[in-house]
Write a protein that binds this ligand. Structure first.
Ligand code: FBP
Length: 262
């Protein structure tokens, strides 16, 4: 089997992904005059030097991932969905592994809504994507989001189940939500085995609270975070990026890292 190169996505054993797929997933409602521009996001990743990867959809990758930005590893999401379609949760393939590679991808991203009535379709597509990506030596990052009419996405057992599904399906890294239960996160990491866990950032929150949460998840089995809005919706995105890097990559205490916010 080809060697799957996950090392590119890590710095000092930690993974800090700048997520910018919200334009498709949520719509421009998340954006302002500044962060609506993908150039601003790539520049933020490049100048702050803390992110181990940027994750985006193929259209953004093809038009903006150029020049010096290529120093930062790219994760191309190869499926997606919008808030416009009022259907059972499904994330549909929108790009091939080959097209993602041509755009410069170092890893492939894929969303699975575990527990959705459409779960079988997403499993089926994911199996093909993992096989193709691994044949090229590219790691696969799975957004493992339990979602559907009968799913409580904050339930401990559901979250642990999603973590285990990531391992069973062959994901190299899974991106999951943290429900605040530290013990359960430890259990999720056990369930995920050799598949690594990064925690999703979520809606914008107070910056100190966010740094504390980052510290907490790293202390309980996660290897990092994949964060979007808590960085690029900040009034000082470069400062919060550096503070987050201090906590996640350098293992600094949140209070010490918060000095960088001033
Ligand atoms: P945020 O840090 O902004 O929450 O981004 C993380 C992320 O997983 C994005 O990659 C994705 O677009 C979005 O959250 C999914 O959000 P939702 O749970 O609302 O579908």
């Amino acid at each position: 089997m080809t060697h799957v190169n996950t090392a590119k996505l890590f710095n000092k054993g930690k993974c800090l992904i700048l997520a910018y797929d919200q334009g498709l997933e949520h719509g421009p409602t998340d954006f302002d005059e500044r962060n609506v521009d993908p150039e601003f996001i790539f520049n933020l990743a490049y100048e702050s030097r803390v992110f181990t990867a940027v994750a985006c959809q193929i259209g953004i990758a093809e038009k903006y991932y150029h020049g010096p930005y290529r120093d930062i590893p790219l994760i191309v999401k190869v499926n997606g969905s919008t808030k416009l379609a009022k259907i059972n949760p499904i994330s549909t393939p929108i790009c091939s592994v080959e097209r993602a590679m041509k755009a410069g991808a170092s890893a492939i991203g894929f969303t699975i809504y575990d527990g959705s009535p459409n779960e079988p379709k997403m499993f089926h597509e994911f199996a093909k994507i993992v096989e193709q990506a691994h044949d090229y030596g590219l790691p696969v990052v799975a957004w493992m989001y339990p979602r559907g009419p009968s799913i409580n996405d904050a339930d401990n057992q559901v979250l642990a189940y999603a973590a285990r599904i990531g391992l069973e399906l062959g994901a190299d890294i899974i991106k999951v939500k943290f429900n605040g239960d530290e013990q359960n996160l430890q259990w999720m990491a056990r369930c995920a085995g050799r598949t690594k866990i990064v925690i999703s950032g979520g809606e914008k929150q107070d910056e100190m609270e966010f740094l504390n949460e980052a510290h907490k998840v790293l202390a309980n089995g996660a290897v990092g975070l994949a964060v979007g809005r808590n960085v690029w919706q900040s009034k000082k995105p470069f400062s919060i990026a550096r503070a987050l890097g201090a906590v996640v990559i350098d293992g600094k205490a949140p209070l010490e890292a918060a000095q960088l916010l001033r």
